[in-house]
Design a protein around this ligand. Sequence first.
Ligand code: HMG
Ligand code: MG
Length: 316
Amino acid sequence: MTDTGLPMRVPAPGLPPRIRIHEVGARDGLQNEKSVVPTGVKAEFVRRLAEAGLSTIEATSFVHPKWVPQLADAEQLFPMLGDVADVGDVALPVLVPNERGLDRALALGARGIAVFGSATETFAARNLNRTVDESLAMFEPVVARAKDAGVHVRGYLSMCFGDPWEGAVPVAQVVRVARALMGLGCDELSLGDTIGVATPGHVTALLAALNEAGVPTGTIGVHFHDTYGQALSNTLAALQHGVTTVDASAGGLGGCPYAKSATGNLATEDLVWMLDGLGVETGVDLGTLTATSVWMAEQLGRPSPSRTVRALSHKE
Ligand code: HMG
Ligand code: MG
């Protein structure tokens, strides 16, 4: 480490020059908090993330409020984010499971949504109260109507690398649902390692299988949870494959209330530290982002699990 709190820049071959970070702390992070974070604190969190240079900040979810009470204030929060647009060209996508959710999101002017499917039947049942195919049928009109309205659509796919109830998830099973999601008209696909069990070879194998099945790398993002400490290694494998969209959560917040073994996402600071060292541009200022996560940890009353946040905040 240097005195400046930044790693020494030593580029490595075979990596993209720039990537887009899809920041999920305000959604994936806060949906998993035991306490409900006040709406004003959430709005301040999103504004600070934008000031740190994040250009895609997933803001909240328009799901059933009883299923995810932590995000039940979506109607109050979303209109409070108007000033975030003043910070720069920031996209604020929201999760939407069905037409009811889409109606709520469109009524507030959302310009980006994400539907969220599962590669396994058990998680589809637990997270969406549907079979895999029933959930795809539920998404079909959502994606069609969103596209008609000129709204950007992301398709999440959970349990791509393993499932806490079903165990190993065959690559072919993931490819089938991924193709179906993209066939609905999603603009991008985010591969979820919901419980953080992936390892780099598995990531490369899934990406190659998706390419072979006609899903181009340019439409794929990766969404790693860090349960086994593999998220950064998995990300590097994905970047070496040509992926340029990486999901991460400020301070390493996160998990999934319907998959108990899921821990936080890859911490955005840990990702930016690695990418700054590699000379891969992200547009994110590590110091501002770390200060945001330190502030958020104070709001939550516990330290950030991010190693980079801890290292930088203990630095003199
Ligand atoms: P359901 O009980 O089957 O709902 O839940 P339903 O369609 O039978 O409707 C029942 C009632 O709920 C109806 O009201 C609907 O209007 C209402 P009634 O007519 O009885 O008065 N309702 C809604 N109200 C508000 N907003 C809505 C909505 N939808 C229905 N959107 C449902 C099905 C999909 C709604 C439910 O299962 C749900 O909300 N699930 C969300 C679970 C969730 O948010 N999980 C976390 C996100 S996924 C994740 O974290 C993984 C990810 O990070 C990637 C990774 O890591 O792998 C993305
Ligand atoms: Mg997640």
